[in-house]
Design a binder for this molecule. Structure first.
Ligand SMILES: C[S@@+](CC[C@H](N)C(=O)[O-])C[C@H]1O[C@@H](n2cnc3c(N)ncnc32)[C@H](O)[C@@H]1O
Length: 275
């Protein structure tokens, strides 16, 4: 049986309830998404901007805890990236795999269409059921897309390890239980592909969110940021991140960026490693 996670306020956990019957791919009167529809994702192109692709509905359930090991390592993905054959997000995912362990608590600070949430879930899920992915987005439709992708990609037990919040990521500290240390916080900035391009991450709240992430991250943890500089406000947001993270003390933080020099609109990767 498939399950749908209802969206709750920051103070409560999400619960599972049955998925409604499929219809036209749009939220119904209860706000639930009915069936798989084309989900645009970001692909490399000369401008470094997104192009559309359809996520193909899966006919079977994948066990999240057993599906991540056949993926290529960071060296292969980096070589593909340098050759122009791999997306920035895949470079980020391959690095995450070197940091995140089974049973960890991690955060997807910008759920969007759920691709990063799914990748993180595969990294933390195992039979101990200790792993947790806290996902957040300011748009309900993004959380619905994320929930739907999880329904189609993992079994209900693994999906229960994910908690989704309709929340600005600057408040992430409010939803993580006291005392829990987080191994990784992922930001994939900008707008939701296929939705309103005016709803974007803003430098002010992004900086607050990075600050919040720094506080709850454990030593050996990583803040991973994919910054898009091709849309209005995107470059300013990246430059503010660059400016503020460049000032972090190197005794406790290693901060680096990965940027295409001859593709000025390509996304920039920023990694903040807590020593
Ligand atoms: C590029 S998309 C994320 C892509 C997503 N990680 C994925 O794998 O599909 C950026 C998302 O950030 C969300 N967003 C914008 N401002 C936000 C904020 N202050 N807090 C949390 N999410 C925000 C947008 O609604 C959008 O869904």
């Amino acid at each position: 049986m498939a399950f749908f996670f209802s969206l709750r306020n920051p103070n409560s956990r999400l619960s599972a309830s049955p998925v409604p019957p499929m219809s036209n791919g749009r939220p119904n009167s209860n706000g639930l998404v009915h069936h798989m529809r084309p989900i645009p994702s970001r692909n490399p192109n000369p401008n470094g901007r997104a192009s559309s692709k359809t996520i193909i509905s899966r006919q079977f359930t994948v066990n999240a805890s057993s599906s991540s090991h056949s993926l290529p390592g960071v060296d292969g993905v980096m070589m593909d990236y340098i050759r122009g054959r791999s997306r920035a997000t895949l470079v980020a995912h391959s690095l995450w795999r070197h940091i995140v362990q089974k049973g960890d608590t991690v955060i997807d600070a910008t759920c969007g269409n759920g691709n990063d949430t799914l990748a993180l879930l595969k990294m933390v899920a195992d039979d101990t059921r200790r792993g947790r992915v806290y996902g957040m987005d300011v748009q309900k439709v993004a959380l619905q897309n994320t929930s739907l992708l999880l329904d189609q990609s993992v079994n209900p037990e693994d999906k229960e390890l994910v908690e989704l919040f309709c929340l600005c990521h600057s408040h992430m500290g409010d939803v993580i239980p006291d005392g829990v240390k987080v191994r990784l916080v992922a930001f994939n900035l900008g707008y939701l592909p296929g939705a309103d391009k005016n709803i974007i991450t803003k430098s002010e709240t992004t900086l607050l969110a990075i600050e919040a992430a720094r506080k709850i991250l454990m030593p050996g943890g990583l803040i991973s940021i994919v910054a898009y500089v091709g849309h209005s406000g995107g470059r300013e947001e990246f430059e503010k991140i660059e400016e503020s993270t460049s000032r972090l003390p190197f005794k406790s933080w290693n901060c680096c960026k990965l940027q295409m020099l001859n593709r000025p609109l390509a996304p920039v990767l920023v990694f903040l490693f807590k020593k």
